[in-house]
Design a protein around this ligand. Sequence first.
Ligand code: MSP
Length: 529
Amino acid sequence: MEKFYLTTPIYYPSGKFHIGTAYTEVLADFIKKYKKLQGFDTFLLTGVDEHGQKIEDKAKDDGKEPKEYVDIQANIAVELWKKLKIDYDKFIRTTDDYHVKAVQKIFEKFLSQGDIYKGEYEGWYCKPCESYFTETQLIDGKCPDCGREVSKMKEEAYFFNMKKYADRLLKYYEDNPEFIKPEFRKNEMINNFIKPGLEDLCVTRTSFSWGIQVPSDPKHVIYVWLDALTNYITALGYTSENEELYNRFWPADLHIVGKDIARFHLIYWPIFLMALDIPLPKTILVHNWFTMKDGKMSKSKGNVIYPEQLMERYGLDATKYYLLREIPVATDGMFTPESFVERYNSDLCNDLSNLLNRTISMINKYFKGNVPQYNGTPNDVDKELEESAENTVVTFEKYMKDYEIANAIQSIWTFVSRTNKYIDETQPWSLAKEVDDNDLKEKNQEKLSSTIYHLTANLKQIAIMIRPFMTHTSDEILRQLGIDNNVSWENLKNYKELENLKVIEKGEPIFMRLNQEEEIEYIKGLMKK
Ligand code: MSP
């Protein structure tokens, strides 16, 4: 079985995750479930990034020891992923013992082969903030965080020789067009960071202690990004006594990261891997952000919305549908209460839920609940519909191959609309009318059977395609149609395979129309809380 290993970033554990942060995880979960449905042996890694000064400070603010603090925070992520039904295979914590040991081995290896060297870090230091700043970061020559005086300081630190790998990295970009998606991110890296000259990276700190110690020089702790990035291999047991998972799954097929952390993943991470002399991931997908009308979503601005809030009122599937449909991946998407309610009412209720409802009720009305068999040759309308079913799968797969997620989902909804239009074109209610002419009666009956058969077949296709991100809805559609939910992506190829189906007696709406004004106000209220 072919494997597919994908990862999300490991999250900073400090408080609840808003829908922006949850987006990366929902996206990864969708891709994993899609690959799984296609028969891949999948492995999804997620976790938390627990070291560094920021966490140490937060713990202090909370009056806790760092470890005590991260134990509580890590659980917030675990609980949220449970609610969002994220199907991850491993949850790594960078305080896990195996990870700490592996990072130390990696650091010492870099040191012994000369990729890491000891030097001096020089910059403007703010004592109360315990932070270094560059000249350009200062505001009026003072600390940009607290506004106090800063002083020029030097301290002993270790550096990673990035310059040595710059040409190799450029060549790798060139030779591997699948490596970075979307492509414009590659040009950003080249023009903004690599061409102007890569700086060596300071990979240790002595100003705080909450991190992984350098074994050969314990007053230094390892820079949080060197620690964090390696999670993608340490989680698989790299350098441990059991490297089975590593041997099976590395190199990763897909790393998914937000645009703010692109540089770390597209420059430092590949260089670390080159220095370790192990293969690079096949693709790194950089997604854009969810923003709000007043700009960036942030807790301090008080304009955030949490996934639980949407899920509790509108259900998990509607929440995931909205998140995935609304960010085009390569450009930012904006969360607005208006667009949420609009998508719910129009895409989910009017288009999808009504299609199922109309179909079930016609099967009950005209065929006593039994989906009619259809062996005839398709007429022009039916033929066009069958082609559209086939093309939808091809289009969806093509978009998914390039990780154009919103477009992939949109292609399913184009098919939903096409199917609704088919009902208007074929007018089953007219076909079902009593006719005096026997010949005509028979013809109409045949057409009616064909129409109902095609509607059922289309709904089955739709249920399979939405399954990776709307699993409950998929189950519901299949249940109401009397189809076993033990389906796979392969079933999409057997369009005309509907055997003796009996649908439920009375269709149950899968999405109920929302009162637009009331719900918009409700969501606005959530955003103010
Ligand atoms: N700890 C680092 C990652 C280390 S990976 C080796 C980190 N953590 S984070 O918690 O700050 O961010 C996690 C993910 O959430 C990132 O992919 C980030 O881009 C994403 N998002 C945070 N806010 C977001 C939005 N408003 N919209 C979409 N994604 C957002 O970075």
